[in-house]
Design a binder for this molecule. Structure first.
Ligand SMILES: Nc1ncnc2c1ncn2[C@@H]1O[C@H](COP(=O)(O)OP(=O)(O)OP(=O)(O)O)[C@@H](O)[C@H]1O
Ligand SMILES: O=C(O)c1ccc[n+]([C@@H]2O[C@H](COP(=O)([O-])O)[C@@H](O)[C@H]2O)c1
Length: 200
């Protein structure tokens, strides 16, 4: 787990990163700027518990690709979940809090994950552990109105004009960040690559 100094504001951005792409980089950039983060941990998962991971490339490859696309020293690519043998986000956040009891963390995810957040293990506990910032994504913009998480935690919603306060607020607290959006997805990149392979 990366080192944290007292008072630092840290974003936790988990993903499969299979492969990492411009959309991820945009999320990181928006989160760092709007939440005024000192660091963003780009957490490469050993495998999303809700996805078929049989054809997931090795963790070492996804780490190397992620490092290559992140020259910003504030972005710390890490895979501590694998080392600690956790993959559910509720466990990840509990671990982060245990190691850094007095620090300020925010969980960051794209709007597509807000739509299905209520299917994550212990999703209410996640929302009660750290504040959450959701970054808009084409196709999922309305998740901030319709998702079960948005409705359940409507009372804890923070206006995005106050997003910079989020790391200092006790959970539950969450916001939805509108702004520049990227239509890129790892699936589209993988499919494009497959097509190229087929042509060759
Ligand atoms: N273009 C994007 N805009 C906003 N958020 C994104 C974008 N792409 C990915 N994310 C977010 O980044 C995190 C990691 O995503 P992930 O690695 O699964 O990429 P993906 O493109 O969604 O992959 P796949 O197509 O394989 O599902 C998730 O929280 C996801 O919502
Ligand atoms: O904890 C869960 O039940 C859970 C379910 C789905 C996704 N996640 C986490 O959400 C993050 C984004 O996953 P992905 O595959 O959309 O990149 C990643 O850190 C996953 O471990 C976590």
């Amino acid at each position: 787990m990366p080192h944290v100094e007292p008072g630092m504001r840290i974003g936790l951005f988990g993903g499969s990163f299979n492969p990492p792409h411009e959309g991820h980089r945009l999320v990181a950039e928006i989160a760092i700027r709007r939440l005024r983060l000192d660091q963003l941990w780009w957490i490469v998962t050993p495998g999303n518990p809700l996805k078929d991971v049989t054809s997931l490339p090795p963790l070492a490859d996804r780490i190397a690709w992620s490092e290559r696309m992140n020259p910003d020293p504030r972005v710390k690519v890490t895979a501590f979940e694998a080392l600690h043998e956790v993959r559910y986000t509720a466990d990840t956040l509990a671990l982060v809090r245990r190691y850094n009891p007095a620090r300020r963390f925010v969980w960051i995810m794209g709007a597509d994950n807000l739509a299905g957040f209520h299917r994550w293990q212990k999703w209410r506990d996640i929302a009660l552990t750290f504040p959450i910032a959701v970054v808009d994504r084409p196709g999922s913009t309305l998740a901030y109105l319709s998702s079960k998480m948005a409705k359940t935690f409507d009372y804890a919603r923070v206006d995005e004009s106050d997003a910079a306060l989020l790391p200092t607020l006790p959970a539950p607290a969450w916001t939805f960040l509108h702004g520049p959006r990227s239509p890129v997805s790892s699936t589209a990149i993988r499919n494009g690559t497959e097509k190229l392979f087929k042509k060759a």
